[in-house]
Design a protein around this ligand. Structure first.
Ligand SMILES: [Zn+2]
Length: 129
């Protein structure tokens, strides 16, 4: 089955383009969800240091400080949980991880080849033996 797919992708430019597009989507989803988790972490960490928030909650919304904090912190924690969950879903349900590690392996091979090219001839002949 897998071999058939690979053969078809090798022949058909249309499907190859589609595959590339979907891999791109997978990767951007993974990036977006991890960014969102990071932003929620950031929001949680700065929540305690914002004075204007206290002013808005106290004077405009008429809330007391501690319940506002409780509300914001639980919203932050819920958002963080949701983004981590979404990231886990993206990483398990899409081929993004294997695609990315494949890219990394390719990159490493390319670098290795480039280093090999620049090695002096003396070292090359040593390595070939
Ligand atoms: Zn096709």
């Amino acid at each position: 089955m897998r071999k058939d797919y690979e053969n078809h992708f090798a022949e058909c430019a249309f499907c190859r383009a589609r595959q590339k597009f979907h891999r791109g989507l997978d990767v951007s989803l993974a990036i977006l969800t991890s960014l969102s988790a990071l932003f929620f972490l950031f929001a949680l960490s700065v929540l305690r240091h914002i004075k204007p928030l206290e002013h808005v909650a106290f004077n405009i919304l008429g809330l007391d400080i501690s319940s506002t904090y409780t509300m914001l912190v639980s919203a932050g924690i819920a958002g963080l949980c949701f983004s981590v969950l979404a990231l886990a879903l993206v990483l398990t349900a899409t081929p993004a991880p294997s695609y990315l590690s494949g890219l990394a392996v390719e990159r490493a091979k390319l670098i290795e080849e480039r280093i090999e090219e620049r090695l002096p001839a003396a070292i090359k002949s040593l390595r070939l033996r």
